[in-house]
Structure formats: structure tokens, C-alpha cells
Design a protein around this ligand. Structure first.
Ligand code: PEP
Length: 242
């Protein structure tokens, strides 16, 4: 299966800079051996999707509500993301889990809403540093997988150790291999044979200098890239490392 390199732009980007970043990615995309996705802030999904129409670069949101519409001030539904041109959505990112108290149960409901609206979900899981230091990383990630993914899950999982996000620190390749192997086994236990075909991305301080090593780890199906996805040259260098 081709690897997927997904950019999480987080809360960054006005229309003009978002368009130039998206166009730079699209211009280089045809020569690349991986699938490409950019996830801009909700306010620029439509212009970015319009600029990328006809390219191989897909567009996603960074979160969605569980309901299609209603009295939920400030929220964005999966149907709205789809309407704006998104085909994917990141769910359960650690910044959502921390800043907005998102639980596995809520993430699972969001997965159902996303799939119902025709979006492919990327569900993020990952342990805190204290949990890893206590040797509890597999217990934590296993619980997140069982709690966040419905039994009929058809999407992508992103393993993002919280302590590696935006810090410049990454797990060792052996640690990534161990966790991705564990996640694969959990997916098969939870989803049956379908768990074999779920792509498992690695995320957390992926940059051009470490991308090739991380992407070569067994069971790594691509990367979810935060900071480095805001610089076209860096995002493309990561994509070339697949
Ligand atoms: C992320 O937020 O999903 C992420 C992986 O961020 P960064 O690449 O900046 O660590």
C-alpha cells in the first residue's frame, strides 16, 4: 500500500499563504510515490480545495462535531467539511483531547459522524511522556484504539506520542516499530481481518532529516506532519522520503 503523507496545518493559515502552500505541494505531487493530504483550518478548506481540484492532493479537516447541524456554537460538522471540499478529517488529535477534553467515546462518535458524511477519518492515538516512562504506553494506546474506533472502522490510525508533538523529539525506530506492531495486532483483534489493511501513520516531529528512517520502519504507513507541513519544501522532502 502507498504511504500517506498528511499535513496538519493546525491553526495556521490565511487564504493567501494557504493557497501558495497548497499550490506548491500540488505542483510537486505528480512525481511522488506517496498519497498526499493537507488539512488546513476550517476557514480555508474551501479555497484550498478549489485550488487543488484536479490535483492528486486531497484535503481534510482537523475535527468535526458529532451532529450534522444544530445548536453547537462555534463547531463545524462533518457534512460542512464535506460541503467545503474535504474528503478526510483528523479526529482525536492530542491537542483536541487536551484542550477540549475529548474522550475516546466522543472520538468514536465523531468517527461515525465523519463516515456518515462521506469523510475518511484519521484517528490519533498516543501516550503522554509520563505514561511511557511508566512503561504504560501500550496499555494507553490499546485503550484508545478500542475506545475510539467502532468495530466497522475503515480509516487511518495515526500513532502520535504526545511528548513528540512539536518538541523536536522522536521515539527510537525500535520504539516506533514496537508500537506500530502492537497497534496492528490491536487493530486485528478489534476489527478482524479488516484491521490488516488500516494504514498506521507515525506523527510527532517528523522532518526531512528523520523522515526516511521513520518511513522505513515496518508497519509505518506514512506520516502525520505538523510543523514541517507549513513549509512546502520540508513537507515535500518528507514525501520524497517515502
Ligand atoms: C501533529 O500535530 O499532528 C504533529 C505531528 O505535529 P509536529 O509534526 O509539529 O510534531
Amino acid at each position: 500500500m502507498r504511504q500517506l503523507i498528511a499535513g496538519n496545518w493546525k491553526m495556521n493559515g490565511l487564504v493567501a499563504d494557504s493557497l501558495s502552500l497548497a499550490r506548491a505541494v500540488a505542483d510537486a505531487a505528480p512525481g511522488l510515490a506517496c498519497d498526499l493530504l493537507v488539512c488546513p483550518p476550517a476557514t480555508v478548506i474551501r479555497p484550498v480545495a478549489e485550488a487543488l481540484a484536479g490535483s492528486v492532493v486531497a484535503v481534510g479537516g482537523q475535527d468535526c462535531h458529532t451532529h450534522a447541524n444544530g445548536a453547537h456554537t462555534g463547531d463545524v460538522s462533518a457534512a460542512m467539511l464535506r460541503d467545503a471540499g474535504a474528503a478526510w478529517v483528523i479526529l482525536g488529535h492530542s491537542e483536541r483531547r487536551t484542550d477540549h477534553g475529548e474522550t475516546d467515546t466522543l472520538v468514536r462518535a465523531k468517527v461515525a459522524a465523519a463516515v456518515g458524511a462521506g469523510l475518511t477519518p484519521i484517528v490519533c492515538v498516543g501516550e503522554l511522556e509520563a505514561e511511557r516512562l511508566a512503561g504504560r504506553e501500550q496499555e494507553v494506546v490499546g485503550r484508545q484504539i478500542r475506545g475510539s474506533l467502532p468495530e466497522d472502522f475503515a480509516g487511518v490510525v495515526a500513532y502520535e506520542p504526545v511528548w513528540a508533538i512539536g518538541t523536536g523529539r522522536t521515539p527510537t525506530e525500535a520504539d516506533v516499530a514496537a508500537m506500530h506492531g502492537f497497534i496492528r495486532a490491536e487493530l486485528v483483534a478489534h476489527l478482524g481481518e479488516r484491521g490488516q489493511s488500516v494504514r498506521i501513520l507515525y506523527g510527532g516531529s517528523v522532518k526531512p532529516s528523520n523522515a526516511a528512517a521513520l518511513m522505513a520502519v515496518p508497519e509505518v504507513g506514512g506520516a502525520l506532519v505538523g510543523g514541517a507541513s507549513l513549509v512546502a519544501a520540508d513537507f515535500l522532502a518528507i514525501a520524497r522520503a517515502t
